[in-house]
Design a protein around this ligand. Structure first.
Ligand code: UDP
Ligand code: MG
Length: 256
């Protein structure tokens, strides 16, 4: 990855401004914001050599607020690994796990799975990931979740996204998404919403007070919402945005 960046650097020196203009059109923001020779320094990025603390983003919001959809977009542009905690739990149901039936019942009721189960799954998934950029989607769902995760030495989030969406819109999206989920029915959705308000909003407030929360208007089309997400990552740190960009550039048609 780093070597690729170095050759990109020399390529850029000859046609840098043309390429940056093209990227601005392609990605919808000023690519010069994320391009810097700094990204090519492996010591700063931590991609080569010894593994450093990954850059972790927690993604929060009510059911149907667009967390998963926007995570997919972020993965595609910025090269994160997406850990949907709901998906990790659903996988457990179908594995031989001793907790399978308890998880199934909890999800059916729209309640929160005990922290010890979730925290273990997340920690394991982060440790197994070779990526240094990770999105944790749908966790922590309560202050209890958050504290349990901190206690076991889970990797703290660098930033937290919160997709803010009116209840009626979230209900409409969940009931229309047809993903065959056992919890996408009106009764469970009502319970999930009330759990969200009672238990998840305090977590969001906590991260806001810590100064790492990005509240995003979750209404509108997927594209419109992503336009609000993109600058957060583009402006963050040089290394986060640009490394993936460099790998995309080496295969993208505008660079031929
Ligand atoms: N869940 C949980 N803890 C988590 C994440 C999910 O207990 O950290 C359970 C909870 O019952 C939740 C369900 O899994 O209602 C589905 O979560 P997911 O994030 O997939 O739903 P979404 O909020 O995206 O609709
Ligand atoms: Mg989801």
């Amino acid at each position: 990855m780093w070597r690729r960046g170095v050759s990109l650097s020399s390529m850029l020196s000859s046609s840098k401004s043309r390429l940056l203009n093209q990227m601005q059109v392609a990605y919808g923001f000023n690519a010069s914001q994320v391009f810097s020779t700094r990204v090519l320094n492996p010591a700063e990025d931590g991609v080569s050599g010894a593994r450093r603390k990954p850059f972790v983003t927690f993604v929060l919001g009510g059911p149907g607020s667009g967390k998963g959809t926007q995570c997919t977009r972020i993965v595609n542009t910025f090269g994160f690994t997406h850990l949907s905690v709901g998906d990790l739990l659903r996988k457990e149901i179908y594995s031989d796990s001793e907790n399978g039936s308890m998880i199934l019942d909890t999800i059916k009721e729209g309640k929160i799975v005990p922290s010890e189960v979730t925290v273990k799954l997340i920690k394991k998934a982060i440790e197994a990931s070779e990526n240094n950029r990770i999105l944790v989607d749908g966790f922590p769902r309560s202050e209890e979740n958050r504290i349990a995760y901190e206690r076991v030495g889970g990797v703290e989030p660098d930033i937290v996204l919160f997709f803010d969406c009116p209840k009626e819109e979230m209900v409409k999206r969940v009931l229309n998404r047809n993903q065959g989920r056992i919890d996408d029915n009106i009764d469970t959705v009502k319970e999930r919403l009330s759990v969200f308000e009672e238990l998840n909003l305090p977590v969001i407030k906590y991260y806001s007070e810590k100064g790492i929360l990005h509240k995003i208007d979750g209404t509108g089309t997927e594209d419109e919402i992503y336009e609000r997400v993109l600058p957060i990552f583009a402006a963050l740190s040089w290394s986060v945005g640009a490394l993936k960009m460099s790998s995309q550039i080496s295969i993208c048609p505008i660079c031929k």
